[in-house]
Design a binder for this molecule. Structure first.
Ligand SMILES: Cc1ncc(COP(=O)(O)O)c(C=O)c1O
Length: 457
């Protein structure tokens, strides 16, 4: 790119380091600048309007630039712009938000522990798993299992939990004691003539064998997203979680459900745990908790686990953990207002209704030669791209076909996200049916243009 000297783009290259970006390439291509947002639309640095089908990073669930949320943040910052929760300190927004979350959480949840991001929430959940097992006199129960392809965060511990090899490479990770079992990706990993149920049985047996091999007395917890988000919005095969949960129970392995993407209606119920009948010992939430208007996340803890944590902190004299901004009053006040909006909208039913429209919109591409599978749960969806529909052959990674579709979509004014061999969609709950139609029209152009380009190459 030829960024003009002193332009925003030139200053970006000069001063900013970007996450999840090829740093060298960034110096050549520069930033995709966005200027402002409203509803489900973003206006970029050139004044072009883009329809955001990803709610930012699965998070801006109520769209952009809400006056109502801005007002709440403003008033809270004027009243109490900082307040922490250390050493018995507290404030109303954190208390009210915790109370509200427990009203809507599965009944086994009894306490809310605020953090600032999804990574932090999962990081704390890992610490609590260790604290719990130390408390019950099983300090050797330390290993944590998650799944290949799963994403649980970017901190040292949560990226170890994450099952993405490219995120370990170069960082000397994962840490010892973090193990990865199968991904639960029926379209790609189900065997010929194997049913979804048989595949689920095989995966549960593999998990059981892994725990036996490691020694059940050393395995502390299993972390999973109800729908694998950053693996490309992959829903679980039928009966999967039922079978996995019985393996966990058998070996007294704690189940931590990562609801960072799936919480607050995304799967068509308030929690992914409701949609798939999960019984978590702990749950983590972030993103749509505050509709991404301000950073905040939460670990929700079951009464059974919490009582053990209490006794251990009494023994040690303290629960020696904390983050300065955890439960920040402005973030908590905004998140509380977001919960009120969700209640007014009846968010889960909105997700189901719009999810139905999204499903119809995407199913129009079921016969497209590049499309192998369309996987919709609630208001999130993954579209698998294939080089050969019959044999489900993926495009080779270096062809970058899903990335080409993402780029073509952006040129057509649509933001989607390519992940591996898939395209992900997670529209905001305020997207209209007309805008969903527009999403389909722009996506169709992107698929056709990419198909024509590949054909020509
Ligand atoms: C399922 C899941 N867990 C955790 C995280 C990490 O959240 P954050 O980026 O807020 O640290 C993400 C982020 O995308 C996520 O999708």
């Amino acid at each position: 790119m030829n960024a003009k000297p002193n332009s925003l783009a030139a200053r970006d290259i000069e001063y900013l380091m970007h996450p999840q970006t090829n740093l060298k390439l960034h110096r050549e291509v520069g930033p995709n600048l966005v200027d402002h947002g409203g509803g489900v639309w973003i206006t970029d640095g050139n004044g072009e309007r883009l329809l955001d089908a990803m709610s930012g990073l699965w998070c801006a669930s109520l769209g952009y630039a809400s006056e109502r949320l801005a007002q709440v943040a403003y008033e809270q910052m004027r009243k109490l712009s900082f307040g922490h929760l250390y050493r018995h300190n507290s404030h109303e927004p954190a208390i009210e938000l915790a109370e509200k979350l427990l009203e809507i959480a599965p009944p086994s949840m009894s306490k809310v522990h605020f953090q600032n991001s999804g990574s932090e929430a999962n990081d704390v959940a890992i610490k609590l798993v260790w604290y719990y097992h130390n408390a019950i006199g099983k300090p050797e129960k330390r290993k944590i299992i998650s799944r290949k392809g799963a994403y649980h965060g970017s901190s040292v511990a949560t990226v170890s939990l994450t099952g993405k090899l490219d995120m370990h490479e170069g960082f000397n990770l994962p840490l010892d004691g973090f193990l990865h079992t199968d991904c639960a990706y029926f379209f790609r990993e189900g065997q010929k003539n194997e049913s979804e149920e048989e595949y689920a049985t095989r995966l549960a047996e593999n998990l059981d064998a892994l725990i036996e091999q490691e020694g059940p007395e050393t395995v502390a917890a299993f972390f999973a997203e109800p729908v694998l988000g950053s693996a490309g919005a992959i829903s679980p095969p039928k009966t999967y979680f039922e079978k996995i949960q019985s393996v966990l129970k058998k070996h007294e392995v704690l189940f931590v459900v990562d609801e960072v993407i799936t919480g607050f209606g995304r799967t068509g119920n308030m929690w992914g745990s409701d949609t798939f009948a999960l019984k978590p010992d702990m749950m983590t939430a972030a993103k749509a908790l505050s509709a991404a208007a301000l950073p905040i996340s939460a670990v929700m803890i079951s009464e059974r686990v919490y009582e053990v944590l209490v006794s251990h902190s009494e023994r040690l004299g303290n629960y020696a953990h904390g983050h300065t901004y955890a439960g920040h009053p402005a973030s908590a006040a905004v998140a509380l207002e977001v919960q009120k909006i969700y209640e007014e909208m009846d968010i889960a039913s909105v997700a189901r209704r719009l999810g139905g429209v999204l499903n119809e919109t995407l199913m129009e591409f079921a016969d497209h030669p590049m499309v192998g599978e369309i996987d919709v749960t609630g208001l999130m969806a993954g579209m698998e791209l294939v080089a050969d529909k019959q044999n489900r052959t993926p495009y080779s990674a270096d062809q970058r076909v899903p990335a080409m579709v993402e780029e073509a979509a952006r040129k057509n004014g649509l933001i989607i996200k390519s992940i591996g061999s898939r395209i992900a969609f997670a529209p905001a709950y305020v997207m209209s049916e007309e805008e969903l139609g527009e999403l389909g029209a722009r996506l169709g152009k992107a698929l056709d243009q990419t198909y024509a380009e590949i054909g020509a190459s």
